[in-house]
Design a protein around this ligand. Structure first.
Ligand code: FNR
Length: 380
């Protein structure tokens, strides 16, 4: 495919370039994947209102998320093992986001470390925190994010225990990856991916190895990750994290009105309406279907963001119309990265920007800050 035009095009290209177990890792949801699918399909149920003969000149998508300027209201979501979609994946994606003027969020479970990403960027990026049982390790991560001048901490609340993804289990994918003959065959059939991977030293969890107690190699890392996610995490821990961090805080993984109310009480700067891209509780509602009730309940107190299922600029616009101040993409940028490295991430962002801009104009709006429910059919 010479000229990918959509996120779906990038997905097909990534499938051809990335070894199956890593492509499937990105393209999987929990159990039956019903929530993963609903995240995407529920956007299609929302219809836009076509307006004509209104001035469509001088359009702008610029706005802010948690008070920080963004060239459009789309951040890159934190995604684990991004450096397995493409060698040095987190560094490439962070640079693409920086050049584009949108936030990049580095996952705790990234391959490139906080320091690696800081070394190739000039503007602050955001850091996503998983609260592990080892609180010294958590404190150390927070301090490393501060030292790297990260401008927001994204605290993920919906992964106290790991949802089960059948594709990963069938592929024998573990964290960190352990390579069997089947995996080696899958990699051998993706020579360009292998060539890139051979040229980097970053092939394990850079935020963890050499930083967590007694984690120095692949086998110690494996047992550490298995036992460290904290099933006892509570709202009291959020207050502790907020105090330790002292900067802008975003709570990610809210998909219920009562939880949104509790999150708003913490004094965080924003929440992300999210079900982890359908990777945790299969059967949970789609993020977009929960956005409006959550905005109604807490939108006057806290900024509300959304992720999950965004595959076009139209989807972003619909989320903004329903009250989100910003959105995040996970898989769309991973597909771009897997397909074409940094250029592919830029292309994914460009695709969304173009679609958003044209759609906004055809709905009769010129400024993203004026987009509201009036662009949706039946909502005026
Ligand atoms: C994720 N997500 C995620 N979230 C998080 O807080 N920390 C993480 O390490 C990860 N890891 C991760 C890996 C992969 C491969 C995916 C696809 C997702 C969830 C992510 O931040 C976001 O919530 C979803 O990706 C949003 O849905 P879409 O855009 O992928 O549909």
């Amino acid at each position: 495919m010479a000229n990918p035009l959509t996120i779906a095009d990038l997905k097909s290209l990534a499938q051809r370039r990335v070894p199956k177990m890593f492509f499937d890792y990105a393209d999987s949801g929990a159990w039956t994947e019903s929530t993963y699918q609903a995240n995407e399909s529920d956007f299609a149920k929302i219809k836009l209102r076509q307006r004509v003969l209104v001035d469509m000149t001088n359009r702008t998508l610029e706005t802010t998320m948690i008070g920080q300027k963004v060239s459009m209201p789309v951040a890159l979501a934190p995604t684990g093992m991004t450096g397995m979609q493409h060698a040095d994946g987190e560094m490439l994606a962070a640079r693409a986001a920086e050049e584009f003027g949108v936030p990049f969020t580095l996952s705790t479970m990234s391959i490139c470390s906080i320091e690696d990403v800081a070394s190739v960027t000039t503007k602050p990026f955001w850091f996503q925190l998983y609260v592990m049982r080892d609180k010294d390790f958590v404190l150390n991560l927070i301090n490393r994010a501060k030292a790297a001048k990260c401008s927001a901490l994204v605290l993920t609340a919906d992964l106290q225990i790991l949802g089960q993804r059948h594709k990963d289990l069938r592929n024998g994918l573990s964290a960190p990856p352990k390579f069997t003959p089947k995996h080696i065959w899958q990699m051998a059939t993706r020579p360009f991916w292998c060539l890139d991977m051979l040229q980097t030293k970053r092939r394990t969890f850079g935020n963890i190895v050499g930083h967590a107690k007694n984690v120095s190699d692949l086998s110690s890392l494996s047992s550490w990750t298995a036992e460290q996610f904290d099933p006892q995490l509570s709202w009291a821990d959020v207050a502790w994290i907020k105090e330790q961090w002292g900067g802008p805080l975003i709570i990610k993984g809210i998909c219920d009105v009562e939880d949104a109310k509790s999150a708003a009480e913490t004094g965080a700067d924003a929440i992300i309406v999210s079900n982890h891209g359908g990777r945790q509780l299969d059967g949970a509602p789609s993020s977009i279907s929960m956005l409006e009730p959550i905005v109604d309940a807490v939108g006057h107190k806290i900024e509300v963001h959304l992720d999950g299922g965004i595959r076009s600029g139209q989807d972003v616009l619909k989320a903004i119309a329903l009250g989100a101040k910003g959105t995040y993409i996970g898989r769309p940028f991973l597909y771009g990265l897997g397909a074409m490295g940094k250029e592919g991430v830029t292309l994914a962002l460009n695709i969304l920007r173009k679609e958003m801009d044209v759609t906004m104009a055809l709905c009769g709006k010129r400024d993203i800050k004026d987009v509201n429910a009036s662009i949706l059919l039946g909502r005026q």
